[in-house]
Design a protein around this ligand. Sequence first.
Ligand code: IPE
Ligand code: IPE
Ligand code: MG
Length: 250
Amino acid sequence: MSVQQSLIELPFDLDQQRIPAHVAVIMDGNGRWAKNRGLPRIVGHQKGVDALKDLLRCCDDWGVKVLTAYAFSTENWGRPAHEVEFLMTLFERVLRRELEEMMAENVKIRFIGDLKALPESLQAEIAHSMEKTANNKGIQFNIATNYGSRQEILYACQAIASLVKEEKIQLNDINEELLENHLYTKGLISPDLLIRTSGEMRLSNFLLWQMAYGEIYVTQTLWPDFNRQEFRQALLDYQKRDRRFGKLNQ
Ligand code: IPE
Ligand code: IPE
Ligand code: MG
């Protein structure tokens, strides 16, 4: 059996009882991957899609319940127009191409972020994919597109402030649960593990509230090269962590 084949099932050195329920991933390094090969950055983005597809399948195979991937940040609009346009078209094309297979695999899709600012044709594809997979009972797959955590928290504050203004709630009703219910991630458990590829040790405006107690794993590997072997390493590292949540362990 080849290494890749053997990784279809949960590797023997991972503890099935301690698989993170929610994994989030900052898929970084597509541009560098392409540059290293003398290719245009967009080729890196194309390759990155394959890496994401395999991670989604791997999460499903190994028992992860929720996967959240950072596809486009609110800050990424600041990139050259042709790269932004390419990415928007890529998202749309991939969604259309992969929807049937994701249906067959029972994947439940959700997009998080300020979707109204996306091209209309992409918005339509997104709405269609979420409706179509709404009753699927398999892995929950969240794609953060035009996502910015500061904006997410601001929008939540505005929504809550209007509830107070309209006297639908009292000041004392504002608590963590209420705020969470106004985030894009409403109803989702917080990530247990966040993986960032290509070495940068920062959150880049991703899941700031939700990552309060999430574990962070950074690998030097560039996103298009991220594979099951890499994911196994991340999970091995995660399973060694002592998640104290501010308390003391006996
Ligand atoms: C991540 O790869 C993909 C997106 C942000 C859309 P990058 O495009 O940031 O790749 P690098 O960081 O420039 O190598
Ligand atoms: C984070 O990567 C955003 C995504 C992966 C979608 P960036 O490449 O945009 O982050 P910075 O600029 O290195 O912080
Ligand atoms: Mg980057």
